[in-house]
Structures are given as C-alpha cells and as structure tokens.
Design a protein around this ligand. Sequence first.
Ligand code: GRG
Length: 298
Amino acid sequence: MNIESYLNAESALIEAAMAAFMPEAAEPLGGHVEAMRYSLFAGGKRIRPILCLAAARAVSGELEAVDALMPVACALEYIHTYSLIHDDLPAMDNDDLRRGKPTNHVRFGEAAAILAGDGLLTDAFALLTNRQYLRLPQAAILAIVGQIATAAGSFGMVGGQALDIANERKDVSFDLLRTIHQYKTGALIRCAVLCGAIGAGASDAQLAAMDGYGRQIGLGFQIVDDLLDSTATREKLGKSAGSDAKHGKATYPALFGIEKTRNLAQEAIDAAIQSLALLDNKADPLRAIARYIFDRSR
Ligand code: GRG
C-alpha cells in the first residue's frame, strides 16, 4: 500500500467530519469558536484519529463500524489540539509557531488560547456523547469515554506534562524519561488504538494485541519526536526546533546520542508490528503507519 496516499485520504475524511462537527458559529460565540477552529484546521498529521480508524478496520472490515467511530476519532484530535495550544502557552513551552502558523495565543491572546484549549477538551466529550452522532452500543461508548478521560487526565497526558515540567533542567534517569514519554505522549496514542478496537467489537486477544501495538508506537512516536526536535529545521517541522534543549528537557538524543536513539526508535516500531502477529492483513495499514512513524520527517 502507498502510505502517503492512505494518510492523505484519511486526513481529508477526518477534516471533513471535524468541519461538520464544529462549523463556524455566529455571534456571540463566533470569536471563541474561530480560535478553536484556527488550531484545529491548521494542518497536523491527524495521526491519532487515523490510528483509531485503522484499528477499527483491523478488527472489523465493515465500513459501518468504522464510520460510527468518526466522532471518537475527531474527539481525539480535539484533545490533542487542545494539548498543543496549552503546551505552547508562555507558562509552558512559550512557542510562537505551531503547524506552520503563529500559535493560538500569539494570534488570539493568552486568555482566548486558554479558553480555546478548554473548549476543545470539553467539546470532545460533548461530541463523544452527542445522541445525533451516537451509533455505537452504549457499553462501547462508556468504555471509550473512560479510556479517553483516563488517557488525557492526571494519570495520562496531563500527568506526563506535569512530570515533564517538574523535571526541566534536572538530571533525569532513563526510567523517568520513559515514564514521562509514556504518560505525556504515549497514553493518548495507545488510547486512540484501543478506542478503535473497542468500537469495532474487538475480542480480548485482539485488544491485547492492540494494547501492545499502541504502547510501542506511542514510545516510538515520542522517540522520533525527540530526534526531529534535535535534528530538523523549524521550516520543515512547522514548529520550533531545538525546543527541548532550550527548556533543558530530558530527551533520548541527550541521553543516548542520535545513532542509538534511532536504533531504539526502530526497536519500538519493530515491537509494535510484532504485537500485531495474530491479526490478518486487515491490520496492514496499522503496520504501515508504524513504519511511517519511524520514517516521518515532521
Ligand atoms: C492542562 C493547562 C493544561 C495543559 C496541558 C497536556 C498538555 C498541556 C500538553 C500535552 C503534552 C504534549 C503537547 C505532548 C507532546 C506530544 C507530541 C509529540 C505532540 C506533537 O504531535 P504531532 O506530531 O503533531 O502528532 P501534529 O501537529 O502533527 O498533530
């Protein structure tokens, strides 16, 4: 399969769905919605929603099951986008470029950016439980809402971010670095895969395979993110480069150097693909996405 065209086609479907779920709004709330839409439609690889849909396809070839997961896929992208808006704030990474555009607070001001993030996070749960779009069994929705709330919360992404900030400019052990990555980045990526599988009615064995895959690509994704931050340019990334070093953050390249870091990323990707051994060729897109995560240049 051609991974580039697959990812482009999936991104287009996801963007069309998000545009339907979050249309422009009239006054008095139009300005707030504009700030949310500004970051949501600024580009981005859409890797979390793509993983969610690919995991559903790997379990159930039926289009209907995959279609029913679109609100879940989009809710994951809302939450990811909120995290980027808040991560860029002056109190956090203080960045001025994201997805190739001025960051949300640079464009709309700090208070509006905080609220845009809050709006995206909260609206994600409104979307997940919107009766108009609900076509999954209620038990699946409940399980998915639980997975997403946990992965995004204090024992997931927010917890990882807190740990990351608390350890800036400190000596960080490999174990702690792995823990930070696992919570900050890995939790939502693993969750995207699990939600797709749950929504498609995965068996326990399929869920265990997806769990292994999700954990390993989450790790691989962040290792490659560390590598790109230290080796790629701001123009190529569409966000600031060298940001980790500027903030005194622990990273894989800082601990291991570039070459060993690449090997560790490759190991995580290989382990992810290995986790899918019991799944048939419907899981080939998941295998290709794992390879793309290693090869990506932004
Ligand atoms: C609760 C105030 C408050 C803030 C929370 C949770 C949080 C802030 C930030 C999350 C941490 C974070 C941004 C982790 C980085 C994850 C990561 C590798 C982001 C880049 O993801 P890509 O490459 O980005 O998928 P695109 O732009 O392609 O979507």
